[in-house]
Design a protein around this ligand. Structure first.
Ligand code: 5AD
Length: 402
């Protein structure tokens, strides 16, 4: 286990040591010695550019992004393709400076409650897809969700995220009732929903019931790529329409994508960045794609850890105030994923607050961490690990700074 000095004095050391570990390819041992997906990592790409190295040009692009929050499509592609350990360190320093300017050292926490793993969709990447006969399906009762909140509240959570598959049995009226109960019992808490695509009327009903935020990853902003990840019937156009509707209704809205999903190219990622900038969401969730053994993508390779960090840093520079989690998927492919995510520009973590009995069933991807330090009941070790890198878990709703 990595041991570092705590407090500000040791912070620089810790950061450079953590980065060095990544750069030298020391990927640590998996915490439970489980099968690691890190073996499938791509190696760092060699940079070649007009000046022979391309480094200065790319550094200038990072500077431009830092100063103007904007890049052209071609510039995005060049930067996305041009990642090196040295440039990453430069980017992350800038990303941390921006994050600390906007949010100080605060790390916002959200308690994640996985309400249902029934889903009417059949996305090729996702372990709770309709076609997965091996998934053990469950649906929490309203009382179970409320007791998750009670538990979370006493631990210090002031945001609850209700996430689930698109479960037709979890009707909008039922969800609205649950939201009202949460809001009545915990008026100082924010409620975030992550329940997929719905009609405008349904979104409005949930907003009127008191929900504050909505997460709906767009998954990819390239329509062809979207078609490779989803069966017919799901479209990027509809996904984007949902996101615009959510924003218009008044939700703090989050989009996002998987890094390294099958078929993703630098052009796709450049489109993701352009779309995110245009939507200007309050939250962005990104994490590496990780294959799940009961999906059509079981043999695909996982997204790269370093590339995910790189994109976190770029998103921080593009949207300085965005609420940006170091996601569970990031923590799954690297034992220091959350810490390194923070050091790359993230400012949110979402520990698991689901009842212990269902956590293993919400298996979006293989080896998903759910009972270690990332779990809500291990908040103290989260606090310590954040302190060790110079950050501090904040108590409060952790709203977007207007
Ligand atoms: N690997 C990584 N992330 C995944 N998600 C779904 N399946 C996977 C996977 N195999 C992500 C999607 C979805 C979010 C809830 O989880 O981006 O929006």
């Amino acid at each position: 286990r990595f041991v570092g000095k705590t407090g500000d004095a040791g912070r620089g050391d810790i950061q450079s040591r953590l980065f060095k570990d990544i750069q030298t390819g020391n990927r640590f041992q998996g915490r439970r010695g489980g099968k690691s997906v890190m073996g499938k990592q791509e190696s760092e790409k060699t940079v070649t550019g007009s000046d022979g190295s391309g480094r200065y040009e790319r550094k200038a692009l990072i500077d431009k992004l830092y100063e103007t929050q904007e890049l052209s499509r071609e510039e995005w592609i060049r930067l996305i393709e041009g990642r090196t350990p040295e440039l990453s360190e430069y980017l992350f320093e800038k990303a941390r400076a921006v994050r600390e300017r906007e949010y100080g050292k605060a790390v916002y926490i959200r308690g994640l409650i996985e309400c249902s793993n029934y889903c009417r969709n059949n996305c090729y990447y996702c372990g709770i897809r309709r076609g997965n006969q091996n998934a053990q399906r469950y649906r929490l009762t309203a009382d179970e969700i409320l007791s998750c909140c009670e538990n979370g509240y006493s631990l210090g959570f002031r945001t609850f995220v209700l996430q689930g598959g698109e479960d037709p049995a979890m009707t909008d009226g039922w969800v609205a009732d649950v939201i009202r109960r949460i809001k009545k019992e915990f008026p100082d808490c924010a409620v975030t929903l992550s329940l997929g695509e719905k009609s405008e009327a349904a979104y409005q009903c949930l907003f009127d019931a008191g929900a504050d935020r909505y997460l709906l990853r767009h998954e990819t902003a390239d329509a062809d790529h979207y078609g490779k990840l989803h069966p017919d019937g799901l479209s990027l156009a509809h996904r984007m329409e949902c996101l615009r509707t959510l924003k218009r209704i008044g939700f703090q809205t989050g989009c996002g994508f998987m890094v390294g999903s099958p078929g993703q190219t630098p052009e796709c990622l450049a489109k993701d960045m352009a779309f995110i900038r245009e939507l200007n969401p309050q939250m962005v969730g990104i994490g590496p794609f990780i294959p799940q053994h009961d999906t059509p993508f079981r043999d695909e390779r996982a997204g790269a850890f370093e590339e995910t960090l790189w994109l976190l840093g770029l998103i921080r520079l593009m949207l300085p105030r965005v609420l940006l989690p170091a996601t569970t998927a990031l923590g799954t492919i690297h034992p220091k994923g959350r810490e390194l995510g923070m050091l790359a520009g993230a400012n949110v973590v979402m520990p698991n607050l689901s009842p212990l009995g269902v956590r293993k069933k919400y298996l979006l991807y293989d080896n998903k961490i759910c009972t270690g330090d990332e779990a809500a009941e291990s908040l103290n070790s989260l606090k310590e690990s954040m302190k060790a890198i110079g950050y501090e878990v904040a108590v409060g709703r952790g709203d977007y700074r207007l």
